[in-house]
Design a protein around this ligand. Structure first.
Ligand code: MLT
Ligand code: MN
Ligand code: ZN
Length: 307
């Protein structure tokens, strides 16, 4: 399979429109070596296939489609390579792009968990709004370990895992998490045998999560924050990483420690959904060097991976 990173930043993108933290101001002024990034999304297709699956519909989806010719194969007057959309949560940075796909000529095939479908029907009724445009054919993501497939995308198999995380701030149960608010997905190419574990929002590494990571050839996991108190320290927000469902990279029990425990067979270890405050965005930072030393990659928009 081929994985295209459409957007590697967390909510807000990089630089964030209203932010003048050292990273955002630095990249705008050309003072730091860093690449701008759009909001969190990947596209996955079989090696010899055109049609694939969009993971998350970012508010930046239109810009991402323009930047990635594989998403517009131009086989007909109206066309798209997006055979279906899978949402890993219902947060604004992952679901708002659904509005931008409204010109589709047929129902948009959408996979999400029941709590996410409820949030997108009540707290933020995107699905109801879309019923006045293309409409959505919603399929439930199984959380019992069973696999699912997306019609039109042969040989790719998807298996979801409920994660520790947070529902979106608008969710009626924001402070009372339920299984399925956030998922990680193992994507397996039945032909090549290649396997990716994708979890852009991950609050804790439980034994099933570690097993899923250890069973994959590549992981693309939560790279939101370097430190738990990154935003309070910078004075941009009072929210701590763990409090909003993101495991920080540094420190005891952080993502770097967990990635170091993976077997050699998990050859690629990548961070995605990177917040604009994270020092790893500065390619000359000590934190970026520490990741390189640990064999951990920082995803960039436009990056492609073959598994
Ligand atoms: C998150 O992942 O915590 C959210 O997407 C942040 C946001 O979009 O405001
Ligand atoms: Mn997010
Ligand atoms: Zn910033």
């Amino acid at each position: 399979m081929r994985i295209t990173v459409l957007g590697s930043a967390a909510g807000g993108g990089f630089p964030q429109w209203n932010c003048n933290c050292p990273n955002c101001a630095g990249v705008r002024a050309g003072r730091i070596r860093a690449k701008p990034r759009t909001q969190s999304s990947i596209f996955v297709r079989p090696d010899d296939g055109v049609d694939g699956v969009l993971f998350n519909a970012s508010p930046d989806i239109l810009e991402q489609i323009r930047a990635s010719p594989v998403l517009q194969p131009a086989r007909a007057l109206r066309d798209t390579a997006i055979a279906g959309v899978v949402l890993i949560d219902g947060q604004v940075d992952h679901a708002t792009g659904l509005f931008m796909l409204r010109e589709r000529g047929s129902l948009l095939p959408l996979w999400c968990t029941d709590p996410v479908a409820e949030d997108l029907s009540r707290g933020n009724p995107v699905l109801g709004v879309l019923s006045h445009y293309c409409g959505v054919a919603r399929h439930a993501v199984p959380l019992d370990g069973g696999s699912f497939e997306v019609p039109g995308v042969p040989d790719l198999e998807f298996r979801a895992l409920a994660l520790t995380g947070k529902a979106a701030p608008y969710s009626p149960h924001r402070e009372h998490p339920v299984a399925g608010d956030n998922i990680g997905v193992t994507i397996t190419d039945r032909r090549s045998g290649g396997r990716l574990f994708y979890a852009p929002g991950l609050g804790a590494i439980t034994p099933p999560v570690f097993d899923a990571m250890a069973g994959a050839d590549a992981v693309m996991v939560d790279g939101t924050f370097w430190r738990d108190d990154e935003m309070p320290r910078l004075g941009v927000s009072s929210k701590r990483a763990r409090e909003i469902g993101h495991l920080p990279q540094a420190g005891e029990g952080g993502m770097i420690e967990w990635l170091a425990r993976l077997p050699a067979s998990t050859a690629r270890r990548m961070l995605i959904h990177i917040n604009n405050t994270n020092p790893i965005l500065d390619e000359d930072s000590a934190e970026h060097a520490a990741l390189r030393h640990a064999g951990i990659e920082v995803c960039e928009d436009g990056m492609t991976i073959q598994l």
